[in-house]
Structure formats: C-alpha cells, structure tokens
Design a protein around this ligand. Structure first.
Ligand code: ADP
Ligand code: ADP
Length: 214
C-alpha cells in the first residue's frame, strides 16, 4: 500500500519564501529507498521535514498511512513522530552523553529535544542498543562520549539510535553533507543495508555533489 502521499502540497514560509509548490507524489510502504537530489534551496529539506511536521505545509494534503497529518497536534503529532526515524546532517546526538545512552534514547522516538533521557536502563534496552551499534560496526565505542567520535562515527551512532526506535520510515536530511567522500559512501551503504534487511522505507536528501561521490 501507499505509506506517504503528497496531494497538491505547497509550503510558504512565514517570511513569504516558497518552500514547496504543488507537489504530488506517492511513496509505497515495504522498503522503498527514495533519494531526493537537487540544488541547494530547491526544497529538499522542506519536503523531508514536512513528513514529520518539523515544518507545516500551508496548502494541500499530506497523508501518512492514510491520515492527513497537517491537522495533527499534541499527542497525535508525537504518535506520528514515534513512527519516523530522523537522521540529520549534524547528527544531533547529546554530545556529553555516552554512545549507549544516545542509542537507547531512540526508543523514546524523536521529540525535538532529547532532554528527558532516563538514566536507568533495562537489560533489554542495553542489549538492543548494543545489537544496533553492532549493525553499524561501532559497538566498541559503547561507553565513549558522543563528542569523542569522528563525524562518520557519530552518524553511525545516529543510525543505531534510529534503529532502536523501530520506525516505519526513516528520513535522512542531508546525512552525508558534513562527511568526506569515503565516509559518505560508508554511511550510505549502512542506510541501504538497513533499508533492505528491515524493509524500512527510507527517504534521503543529497546534494548533487554528494551524488557524484556515490
Ligand atoms: P534544500 O534542502 O533543497 O536546500 P530548503 O528546503 O532548505 O532547500 O529550502 C527551500 C527554500 O525555502 C529556500 O529558498 C530556502 O531559503 C527557504 N527556506 C528554508 N527554510 C526556511 C525558513 N525557515 N524560513 C524561510 N525560508 C526558508
Ligand atoms: P575522521 O578521520 O573520521 O575525521 P577523526 O580524526 O575525527 O576521524 O578521529 C579519529 C579517531 O579519534 C576516532 O576513532 C575517534 O573516535 C577518535 N577521536 C576523535 N576526536 C576525539 C576526541 N575529542 N576525544 C577522543 N577521541 C577522539
């Protein structure tokens, strides 16, 4: 079935800048891997951020699992966001926190901030976090602070965090824009691998320059 549908979707930012104009697209569930490529300012980030309502489109409809998400607020919005794993250009880890705590926090889902991380973890939490770190080959950094890792390592931790969330959908907003070509290649490889093994629909934004590196 259809997982996401944009219907004549437009977004104009409060200052009048056009972010999206009349977008119509359907993305199926069951492990599609969608790559959005375009020049800076084309609206790639606005497109991605509309899907978990980090930005709010101003016209049209945006359906996720047949529900128009433009009307959602409060706990309904949080419910939507728990289904969606988000990966950012700047990793968005809690820098002073350990790798394992960052990964376990994924089970809370994306809430906009990660302030409310409990310090008591169950054995199951730790085991799942460890298994997910292993999938991106970074398990040896378990007890390191996030800010002791290189960029590529931090992005792999953020992928492990998203896995802990068990999302239906992964949105990756310029995930390799801060990384060098070999590291970018490696991060893209992990995203594709997870997409194929777990059947998680994945949408990735890339600059033309990133594509050239693939
Ligand atoms: P891309 O990700 O392709 O670089 P964006 O989605 O970031 O493009 O931006 C699309 C357009 O919206 C650009 O003209 C950009 O300047 C503008 N834009 C993005 N974010 C904002 C914002 N918060 N306020 C106003 N304009 C914005
Ligand atoms: P990259 O070549 O990916 O940029 P870096 O040179 O940043 O990698 O890091 C190389 C190694 O040094 C990594 O294993 C990383 O974990 C470690 N490292 C980087 N910064 C720090 C730091 N501030 N404290 C401790 N270890 C660090």
């Amino acid at each position: 079935g259809v997982l996401i549908e944009f219907r004549e979707l437009s977004l104009i930012y409060p200052n009048g800048t056009e972010g999206l104009r009349n977008i119509n697209i359907k993305i199926n569930e069951g492990g599609e891997f969608v790559v959005i490529v375009g020049l800076s300012g084309a609206g790639k980030s606005t497109f991605i951020r509309s899907i978990n309502r980090l930005v709010t489109p101003t016209n049209g409809a945006l359906l996720v699992e047949n529900e128009d998400i433009l009307k959602l607020k409060g706990k309904d919005l949080r419910r939507l966001r728990t289904k969606i794993g988000m990966i950012f250009q700047s990793y968005n880890l809690v820098k002073r926190s350990t790798v394992i705590k960052n990964v376990i926090s994924g089970r809370l889902g994306y809430t906009g901030t990660f302030k409310s991380i409990l310090n008591i973890f169950s054995k199951e939490d730790k085991l799942l976090a460890y298994e997910n770190l292993k999938r991106v080959n970074i398990e040896e950094k378990l007890y390191n602070r996030a800010d002791e890792l290189s960029g590529g390592q931090q992005q792999r931790v953020s992928i492990a965090r998203v896995l802990t969330q068990k999302p239906k959908l992964i949105l990756a907003d310029e995930p390799v824009a801060s990384l060098d070509p070999p590291t970018s290649h490696q991060v893209m490889k992990y995203l594709k691998q997870i997409n194929q093994e777990d059947n998680i629909t994945t949408i990735v934004n890339l600059h033309f320059i990133d594509m050239a590196m693939e």
